[in-house]
Ligand binder design. Structure first.
Ligand SMILES: Cc1ncc(COP(=O)(O)O)c(C=O)c1O
Length: 438
């Protein structure tokens, strides 16, 4: 047997490289590549029918005109801003601040914003900054977005799960984990939380509980990392609950934003609002955003100004409101969510309590609970023999305990594909129940 020449072994590289948190996304992508005919209720990607190449060119032009007409740049200066290396903290920070004012009623100083290469980079920068030494730990509501866990691994920051539960975050458990960590000589730096239609649980935190969470964070002197990629896709027409950041009067909340779901994932633009005041070694005080920018200057230098301009143009064309920019998207995702939940009810009418599912008030994700462990081998079989993909919930827990649940996503499919996918999923679950009963 021919053996490949080996120059390095994985054991000599960063230990995170073999960690399930880092291999999870690759595994899921590989499964979907191996079974291209399978219907994917796995991908949390936005709906591609709305992608519009012509609009990308228009957005660029809109932002370029904004630089000249509104901000008074000379044309060559504007061209340089779009095409040259640029400001580390970004060039659409003022529009992001305006967007947060229009859509979230938030007053943000644009200097407290860092525009990042997706929200993923924002998470990485914050975790890198917070991990000052080996005693530092991060708390995260479980189940947790795997991108957060992976980023934490890369900066050697242990993640301690906090129970989510029906309220979105179990405050008694959060307080207990903080105390447990401190008793062990550790320093909990922050708690990562997704108050709106969390990925993967779909659970949202109500306003009163958000306030209690902030009160607890203040009491325990803890930062909160609020990640909010799905908040705009709510299903009722009532007012959306305020973001944690909007309720935050004591600079407790670092706010993570993404334009992947509300504008374009391919632009790879996100941001972080980090208004916490940091005293530097020279005694000068500045926003945490400046420290994050320092890290960013050594990671991605600056976020592509061309990509930022596309986002900026889209914002400008909608009066900086992503709520108005996403009316079509929101109604499609809501329609799909209703369709999926109704489809589950139709397919499992005689199994109350055996097969259960969540009914989220928005977002992309529904969690289905079954009376058997759901693992990667079952996913592989589902793709191969039944032609349907979904995500094992085990990928969102940071341990190896069996998990009897799977995540379905409604974002990248049509109602017809949902019907086909659910028929196939129902066949898999029915066969699995029969096999286990016999
Ligand atoms: C909860 C959560 N945070 C962050 C991200 C990453 O966002 P971005 O594509 O902007 O890096 C995702 C992507 O799916 C997500 O679900």
């Amino acid at each position: 047997m021919a053996t490949e020449p080996v120059d390095l072994t994985a054991a000599d590289l960063h230990p995170a490289l073999g960690d399930p948190a880092l291999t999870s996304m690759n595994f899921l992508n590989e499964v979907s590549e191996r079974y291209p005919a399978a219907v994917s209720l796995a991908a949390g990607r936005p709906y591609e029918e709305f992608f519009d190449l012509a609009a990308v060119h228009r957005h660029l032009d809109t932002f370029h005109r904004h630089l000249v007409d509104d901000l008074g740049h000379q044309p060559e200066q504007a061209r340089r801003l779009l095409l040259q290396y640029g400001r580390t903290k970004g060039i659409v920070h003022h529009l992001i601040a305006r967007n947060l004012a229009v859509d979230e009623g938030l007053t943000v100083d644009p200097e407290d914003v860092v525009v990042t290469v997706g929200c993923q980079e924002a998470m990485f920068l914050v975790l890198r900054a917070l991990r000052a030494g080996p005693a530092d730990v991060l708390l995260a509501v479980a189940p947790t977005y795997v991108g957060l866990t992976g980023a934490a691994r890369l900066v050697d920051l242990p993640v301690w799960p906090v129970a989510g539960g029906p309220s979105g975050v179990d405050l008694a458990d959060l307080a207990a984990q903080v105390r447990r960590a401190r008793a062990a000589g550790l320093r909990p730096r922050a708690c990562y939380v997704m108050p709106d239609f969390a990925n993967p649980s779909g659970v949202s935190i109500d306003t009163a509980h958000r306030q209690r969470l902030l009160d607890l964070a203040t009491q325990e002197d803890l930062l909160l990392l609020e990640d909010n990629p799905y908040g705009l896709f709510h299903s009722d027409d009532g007012p959306r609950p305020p973001t944690l950041k909007a309720l935050d009067t004591g600079r407790r909340v670092v706010y993570l934003g993404s334009f992947a779901k509300t504008v374009l994932p391919g632009a790879r633009v996100g941001y972080v609002v980090a208004d916490q005041r940091v005293a530097g070694p020279d005694g000068r005080v500045g926003p945490l955003a400046d420290q994050l920018a320092m890290i960013k200057s050594m990671v991605t230098v600056n976020t592509s100004p061309i990509a930022q301009a596309v986002i900026g143009g889209r914002l400008l064309e909608h009066g900086c409101s992503l709520v108005t920019a996403n009316t079509r998207e929101r109604s499609a995702y809501n329609r799909n969510l209703r369709h999926l939940v109704a489809g589950l009810a139709r397919r499992f009418p005689d199994r109350p309590g055996v097969v259960r599912w969540t009914v989220p008030a928005g977002g992309f994700f529904v969690v289905v609970t079954v009376p058997f462990p759901v693992d990667d081998a079952l996913l592989d079989r589902s793709a191969r023999d039944y032609g349907v993909l979904w995500t094992p919930m085990a990928h969102f827990y940071d341990d190896t305990a069996p998990v009897c649940a799977l995540r379905l996503s409604v974002s990248a499919v049509t109602p017809e594909q949902i019907d086909v996918g659910l028929d196939r999923l129902a066949a898999l679950i029915t066969d699995e129940l029969t096999r286990r009963a016999g």
